[in-house]
Design a binder for this molecule. Structure first.
Ligand code: GLV
Length: 329
């Protein structure tokens, strides 16, 4: 009987598919990030591993599993936690979960952050709950409109395009983007203009990041990039924390080089701040909204992710091609 190790409890629907396919399925018993030594023990002798973005899957893990391991199915769109080269050398398939449902959830969360920043929703919520509302005022918690503003997408792939649709169809925003390749559909359907990244940073009122974490995207947004942004610009990151140089972000916020930031991911995750030595912390800024890596955390998306990961495992263990192999570019 083929055996599958799942590194943490996930939506039951995928587990049910694996069991229906006749596999022995073991889910790590504790609902917490699996410790390294338990991961190394858990994968031993398995034909498939269903991993999370919090698990570092490298040569040591693949070798601990043994030569029968055929697939590691990552329960995430991103796969910067996986050593693809080590997997390829061992002929192990790596998959991710980039479905439309999941991407729409991430795009929605991106918008939730943009709206919350622009309309100061968390501040307004605290204000109301603390009993501070004493009567309507023309200058109470004035924010900014999205309507008519320019959204700059850094990365115009699937998630970026879904954010674009919301921006243009829902909010009449203007659209600019930077990417390695032109996105003709985005240009045709939404009138998007491709710019260099520097030109985009100068022009956009909202800047949203939709690139994978790669050596080339680490600290893609740093001091030089903050210096180009408008002082009224908002930055949103639902991609990966290290794409933004957090130290440079803190300095930019302190110097009011930008109007605010909405972050779902952090450079030293799960720590919100990497380093408190200079007494600057993200939590201290009212114009910074922090969510704990929940952009795809909807019932619908998590069910889909669970099922896609399971279907990838079933396909590969049956000798078929995976549905969604992890691919760079
Ligand atoms: C979440 O960050 C994901 O990559 O799915």
């Amino acid at each position: 009987m083929k055996s599958v190790f799942v590194t943490r409890r996930i939506h039951e629907s995928g587990i049910a598919l694996l069991k229906k396919a006749g596999y022995k399925v073991d889910v790590y018993a504790k609902d917490q990030i699996i410790e390294r030594k338990e991961l190394l023990r858990g994968v031993k002798g398995r034909d498939a591993v269903l991993s999370l973005l919090t698990d570092r899957i490298d040569a040591e893990v693949l070798d601990a599993a043994g030569p029968q391991l055929k697939i590691v199915a990552n329960f995430a769109v991103g796969f910067d936690n996986m050593d693809l080269k080590a997997a390829a050398e061992r002929k192990i398939v790596v998959t991710n979960t980039p479905s439309d449902k999941v991407n729409e959830s991430v795009a929605e969360h991106t918008f939730a952050l943009m709206l919350s920043l622009a309309r100061r929703i968390p501040e307004a919520d605290h204000f109301s709950k603390r009993g501070m509302y004493k009567g309507w005022s023309p200058s109470l918690l004035n924010g900014a409109d999205l309507y008519g503003k320019t959204l700059g997408l850094i990365g115009a792939g699937r998630i970026g395009s879904m954010v674009a649709r919301r921006a243009v169809k829902g909010f009449d925003m203007k659209l600019v983007y930077s990417d390695m390749r032109p996105n003709e559909a985005l240009e045709k359907e939404y009138g998007a203009k491709k710019l260099t990244q520097d030109a985009l940073l100068k022009k956009a009122d909202f800047i949203s990041l939709h690139v994978p974490l790669l050596p080339s995207t680490r600290h893609m947004i740093s001091a030089k990039q903050f210096a180009l942004m408008k002082p009224t610009a908002f930055l949103v990151n639902t991609a990966r924390g290290p794409v933004v140089d957090e130290k440079a972000l803190l300095k930019a916020l302190k110097a009011k080089k930008i109007a605010g930031a909405g972050l779902d991911v952090f450079e030293c995750e799960p720590a919100i701040d990497c380093d408190l030595r200079d007494n600057l912390e993200l939590k201290a800024f009212e114009n910074v909204i922090l969510t704990p890596h929940i952009a795809s955390a909807t019932e619908e998306a998590r069910r889909d992710m669970s099922e896609i990961a399971a279907k990838n495992i079933i396909a590969v263990l049956k000798g078929k091609a995976p549905l969604t192999p992890a691919k760079v570019g």
